[in-house]
Design a protein around this ligand. Structure first.
Ligand code: AMP
Length: 404
């Protein structure tokens, strides 16, 4: 896989697609700059090697959240709000282009000196961006000599700036950024050449969102621990009573198929043995711990129970490779966060003992950050949907456009 290390960048203009889709408060202050921080290794490497860096990104969903007159140049989604912070974290001279393409922007790109950054306005201010529009891609390609994609978070989208634009650069004029490379490398470490035993911990709200992931994982890993809301569909499909717990009756046959497939392949599936149940979806609800298949009517399971935390922890501690996707309960409420944080702590402990651990997107990333353990695991993915699709075995357009 070609990375920026394979490009001769000295004196060149490099168009870098980054994921600067950062959260802003109502005064346009960045409330979490993780996505910008993660792009810095690529940006700094290019600058140090004498390139001029042109950064393209989207921010928010202006097409869905338009101005009252129907226009999509929405003030709160302007990348100009990021200029000051970008200057602080890169220590470079930042220029800003009010449009990601066009004559004025081309002129600014042309005048850009080595070591300087030109930040382009939101690519999604053009309708053509999410349609993968050829004309927009051609205009973007005119800005630079080389193209780099470092936006793993949007690698599953065939947009103009993430995929189509790459068609207008020769194969030796485009490469993956360092973040993109490390995301792919981490996922491949688990899927293609894992140290065994490999364990996947899968949670979250719905089986329907993760069914493809589970189908893929049972064929690759040695153990799957299923927690969170999705466990109840499996428990009910085995004949258990789940009360009011989140459960997808339409997916019970598929749940049984996965259990059977796992058995045939010798993959062990671990379902919760006890659950913390509540009489209301509220932090101050009445709660009790019951066996997972005996949840009474009018009660719902909102976290895995203490015996399950212990059982999952035993499995995790034996693993050499760990993938975690999705929380074990409604961790946003303190009453129901013990399972998720218990798993987070055990994953950190197993990592300290030498296991490789990938926190593969979604709310498990929020959970590991909230637990303050992001630095105690091997890799925390920046791409929820993109990582899920990559783990499911799909080809991501943003990667394919570079690697062919
Ligand atoms: P996902 O995006 O699929 O990882 O789902 C994350 C969401 O699943 C979080 O907002 C959790 O609150 C929710 N969740 C986890 N366990 C449960 C549960 N037992 N019942 C309802 N929601 C849950």
């Amino acid at each position: 896989m070609k990375t920026i290390h394979d490009l001769d960048v000295k004196g060149k203009k490099v168009l870098v697609r980054v994921d600067f889709n950062v959260p802003l408060d109502k005064n346009y202050n960045i409330t979490d700059d993780t996505r910008m921080q993660k792009a810095l290794p690529t940006i700094n490497n290019l600058l140090v090697r004498g390139a001029s860096v042109i950064l393209a990104s989207h921010l928010g969903r202006p097409q869905k959240d338009k101005n009252e007159d129907g226009s999509i140049k929405v003030e709160k989604y302007s990348l100009k709000h990021l200029v000051e912070h970008l200057a602080e974290v890169t220590d470079a001279e930042i220029k800003f282009a009010n449009d990601c393409v066009g004559g004025e922007t081309e002129l600014k790109a042309e005048r850009l000196k080595p070591g300087e950054i030109l930040l382009l306005e939101n690519t999604r201010f053009h309708e053509g961006e999410s349609k993968g529009d050829l004309e927009l891609a051609i205009q973007l390609s005119r800005l630079a000599d080389l193209y780099v994609n470092d936006a793993f978070g949007t690698a599953h989208r065939a947009h103009a700036s993430t995929a189509t634009v790459a068609n207008y650069f020769e194969s030796d004029h485009k490469a993956l950024g360092l973040l993109m490379y490390s995301e792919i490398e981490s996922a491949d470490k688990l899927l293609k050449s894992p140290k065994r035993p490999v364990i996947a911990i899968v949670g979250g709200a719905k089986v329907s969102d993760k069914i493809k992931l589970l189908e893929k994982l049972v064929a690759v890993v040695d153990h799957v621990c299923i927690g969170g809301g999705m466990a109840y569909t499996f428990i009910k499909s085995n004949g258990g009573s789940v009360g009011n717990s989140i459960c997808e009756n339409d997916y019970m046959d598929l749940a049984q198929e996965i259990l059977k497939k796992a058995k045939d392949l010798g993959t062990e599936i671990h379902l919760p043995i006890d659950n913390l149940i509540a009489d209301d979806f509220a932090n101050d609800a009445n709660t009790k711990v019951v066996p997972s298949s005996e949840i009474p009517d009018n009660w719902e399971g909102l976290d895995i129970g203490p015996k399950t935390i212990e059982k999952f922890s035993e499995v995790i501690m034996k693993a050499q490779s760990i993938l975690w996707n999705g929380p074990m309960g409604v961790f946003e409420m303190e009453t129901f966060d013990k399972g998720t944080y218990g798993v987070a702590k055990t994953v950190a402990k197993a990592t300290k003992n030498g296991a490789f651990s990938l926190i593969g997107g979604g709310d498990s990333v929020a959970a590991i950050n909230k637990a303050g353990l992001a630095d105690s695991v091997s890799f925390v993915s920046t791409g929820g949907g993109a990582m899920l699709e990559y783990l499911e075995g799909k080809t991501l357009p943003g990667i394919k456009a570079i690697t062919g």
